[in-house]
Design a protein around this ligand. Structure first.
Ligand SMILES: Cc1ncc(COP(=O)(O)O)c(C=O)c1O
Length: 411
């Protein structure tokens, strides 16, 4: 779809949850960085799967199992093409981004990271891209190092060569920050890592939602993302990894589906990706995520990105007029995704969110699983409005009107 044909008002009609009132006011849903709403096309695929095809995958010879397996593997092809993975076999179904990162930190990390080695992440990471590496460092004796952020919430890359050294085994970085909206220069980090032979993992939970991601062009080794922020169901996500790395890795979890032969004392493993998919997977979730890719592909991620940058330009301009409002993150729209974190005078972000909720405006308030970011800026929490393909200027106006109420109460 071209941007001329892109109509958020029409797109909203695809999302049943957007069509409701909250406390008597129409819902303005601005918590998309936490999770997106789901289009009817995805909801229908989920219920059709359970109503007609429900069966376990890869196991049965009967027709329902065949159908479920075909749909499950077709969804793998769809998510692979969404990120331009060279092969669907390189896409492992996980519970989400968090599990994908834990998979790498455990299955790759425990065999490749040891005492004296270094793991590099950044201060702006979501806890999902911090804690797994802390666990790995504690188990192996490796050192966890951080790329700092500046006052606009950008990575400080001066002196990157002193942070990425021969001791660095893995660098794990988000392509887009969930708390600040910063779009990170992943390729620069990949180049510096390649120079010392370090592996690069990208936390793509926010990136894959808003821009065209091409893992081959990025040049990273692992890319993690989930379904629920991109119109798909919760509880499903993908780890993409380079085939030779995945093939050389030990399994993450043991169980059914991931084996070739089980003997009394040992077992051999199924081929990638099944080696990493122990137990019954989230079959409906995977099929639903495939349907979300179809839905978004029909609209076009490029048109969505243009729409979001227009909404962001409008929102930043309107919010900059609100007295006492402090925005966090890059001031330039060029390196900023569809997220605005802010504080307002002495009003606690939870109070801001509560007052907005009474006006039907849903935002997030808290540390956004990014406590290191909060610490960097000397705040305990922020309010966060985040936009998506169905966001409108009216949503932004409703947010600003709600903030007038906050100002009236808190002065
Ligand atoms: C940057 C980032 N990383 C990781 C996660 C965790 O993702 P998931 O819910 O798919 O486990 C999130 C979710 O908010 C996120 O924004």
């Amino acid at each position: 779809m071209s941007i001329e044909d892109f109509d958020p008002i029409r797109i909203r009609k695809d999302f049943p949850a957007l069509d409701q009132t909250i406390h008597g006011k129409p819902l303005a849903y601005l918590d998309n960085a936490a999770t997106s709403q789901k289009p009817r096309a995805v909801l229908d695929v989920l219920s059709e799967y359970y109503e007609r095809d429900n069966a376990n995958v890869h196991r049965g010879i009967h027709e329902l199992s065949r159908r479920a397996t075909v749909a499950f593997e077709a969804a793998r092809e769809k998510v692979a093409s969404w990120i331009n993975a060279p092969s669907a076999a390189e896409c492992i179904w996980t519970r989400g981004t968090t599990e994908a990162i834990n998979l790498v930190a455990t299955a790759w990390g425990l065999d490749h990271v040891g005492e004296g080695d270094e793991i590099l992440i950044s201060v702006m990471e979501h806890h999902s891209n911090i804690v797994p590496w802390q666990l790995l460092a504690a188990r192996t004796g490796a050192t966890l190092k951080y790329i700092e952020i500046d006052d606009e919430g950008r990575l400080v890359l001066d002196g990157l060569e002193s942070l990425i050294t021969e001791r660095t085994k893995i660098v794990s970085i988000s392509d887009v920050s969930n708390s600040l909206g910063t779009i990170n220069p992943v390729k620069t980090i990949v180049d510096a890592s390649r120079a010392v032979g370090a592996i690069v993992m990208v936390d793509g939970a926010q990136g894959v939602v808003h821009t065209k991601v091409d893992v081959q062009d990025l040049g990273c080794d692992f890319y993690a993302f989930g379904g629920h922020k991109m119109c798909g169901p919760t509880g499903v996500g993908v780890l993409w990894g380079r085939l030779e790395l995945l093939e050389a890795m030990a399994p993450f979890q043991g169980g059914g589906e991931m084996i070739q032969i089980v003997e009394r004392d040992q077992s051999s493993w199924a081929a990638v990706p099944h080696k990493f998919e122990a137990g019954t997977p989230n079959i409906a979730g995977a099929i639903g995520m495939g349907a979300a890719v179809d839905y978004l592909s029909n609209i076009g991620i490029e048109a969505i990105a243009i729409h979001e940058s227009e909404i962001m330009a409008y929102a930043m301009a309107q919010l900059s007029l609100v007295p006492g409002l402090r925005m966090f993150g890059p001031s330039s729209l060029d390196d900023r995704s569809a997220v605005i974190s802010f504080t307002m005078g002495d009003a606690h972000p939870h109070d801001i969110s509560t007052i907005l909720d009474t006006e039907g405006v849903a935002i997030r308030a808290g540390h956004h699983c990014a406590q290191l970011v909060m610490k960097h800026f000397g705040v305990s929490a922020t309010a966060r409005a985040s936009f998506y393909l169905y966001s409108t200027q009216e949503d932004v106006d409703r947010l600003v009107e709600g903030l007038d109420q906050v100002a009236a109460i808190f002065g």
